[in-house]
Design a protein around this ligand. Structure first.
Ligand code: SF4
Length: 375
């Protein structure tokens, strides 16, 4: 652990580097806690370059916490559509509603109040409060943790609870108390731009002289790899109806039920957004899909339906490797399914949908273009 003049030099060099070389990012041009919060939530599972257009588009529709709190949830999800991990958007809006109801529309400055908001954990609270209000809370995210593990040559799985707590203590100790917001961003910026996972750019590093990992020649192998959970393959089949006018059917997000609470619940795997009728299959997928559709639409005459294979879409969700087989069903008139909505197959993004559903629609459109239309 660095102390005294060494700690002073470490802080000065890292902050000086950050102030000179930081990337110009839209959320760095503001101290508005709402905008900083939005960026932090978007960046949780999304790369900076992918998040920027979403961030700008979202703010055009919801420029402040009040507009977000009052918006229809479907509109919030639609603007999030494509970013994935939609629970983030739902929690963001719930938290905005709490901020309006309990905090007069002002983001809370107290750590415990911030932590009580949906979707805000230790990292996010520390980032928002330090950057927006200069509060002295050190952040620890994946980037900062990698930097600290290398600086201290820390071995083992850094995500193990005790090791993570030790890293948090180190982050708290290193925090520059006069500029906690810049300091936190500097630690994360170092991890994002120089102390990168593979082949860290040590010759450019402003704090290389303090780095034990580099001194021992082990920086690149730190942090040590986590033990990976074995991948489970899941095969799903989706039915894409198309009528003569190019309309299709999408089912609504699954309601909260005991069944949905299971991580293997099919619509949850597909996403919690609007989706094509989908089920998990093995063996003959088209036969199972037909039986599933008959159950979904009792009484509907389905004997003449032809299920045309429309391609495979691959998707990974945590440890699951999903293969989604899509089937095009061309019909004169779309069947009625309770709760389903009719939308143009060529433009299903009027409803909140996931990337996976978008890919299935593209595959079905391509199949429809090469298949004769239903008479
Ligand atoms: S010297 Fe290299 S490994 Fe050490 S903190 Fe700097 S970039 Fe990371």
């Amino acid at each position: 652990m660095l102390n005294g003049s060494e700690l002073g030099t470490f802080r000065k060099q890292l902050l000086g580097w950050f102030r000179q070389f930081q990337r110009d990012l839209p959320w760095r041009r503001t101290k508005d806690p709402y905008r900083i919060w939005l960026s932090e939530i978007m960046l949780q599972q999304t790369r900076v370059s992918a998040a920027i257009p979403y961030y700008q588009r979202f703010l055009r529709s919801f420029p402040d916490v009040h507009t977000l709190a009052a918006a229809p949830q479907e509109e919030v999800l639609r603007l999030w559509s494509g970013l994935g991990y939609y629970g983030r958007a739902r929690n963001l809006q719930k938290a905005a509603q709490e901020i309006v109801a309990k905090h007069g529309g002002e983001f809370p400055t107290c750590l415990n109040d911030a932590l009580a908001l949906p979707g805000i954990g230790n990292y996010t609270a520390a980032a928002i409060l330090s950057i927006a209000f200069g509060a002295k809370h050190a952040v620890l995210d994946g980037n900062a943790a990698r930097v600290l593990a290398r600086l201290g040559a820390i071995r083992g799985d850094i995500r193990e609870s005790q090791r993570w707590q030790e890293l948090q203590k180190t982050a708290d100790h290193l925090l520059q108390p006069k500029s906690p917001g810049d300091w936190n961003q500097a630690m994360m910026e170092l991890g994002a731009t120089l102390c990168i996972p593979k082949s860290p750019l040590c010759p450019l590093c402003p704090v290389a002289q303090f780095c034990q990992g580099r001194r021992l020649g082990i920086a690149e192998s730190l942090p040590e790899k986590r033990k990976k959970r074995a991948t489970v393959e899941v095969t799903l089949a989706a039915a894409v109806f198309a009528d003569g006018k190019g309309q299709t059917l999408l089912l609504p997000p699954p309601k909260k039920t005991k069944e949905r609470a299971s991580a293997d619940h099919v619509p949850t795997l597909v996403s919690k957004m609007w989706h094509f009728p989908t089920l998990s299959v093995s063996g003959k997928p088209s036969g199972k899909l037909s039986a599933f559709l008959r159950k979904l639409m009792p009484g509907v005459q389905s004997r003449n339906w032809q299920l045309v294979p429309a391609g495979k879409v691959r998707h990974a969700v945590t440890y699951r490797a999903i293969i989604l087989l899509s089937f095009l069903i061309q019909v004169k008139k779309l069947p009625r399914i309770t709760g389903a909505k009719q939308v143009p197959l060529g433009d299903i993004s009027g409803l909140p949908i996931s990337n996976l559903t978008r890919k299935v629609a593209h595959a079905a459109l391509a199949a429809a273009a090469s298949a004769p239309a239903k008479q």
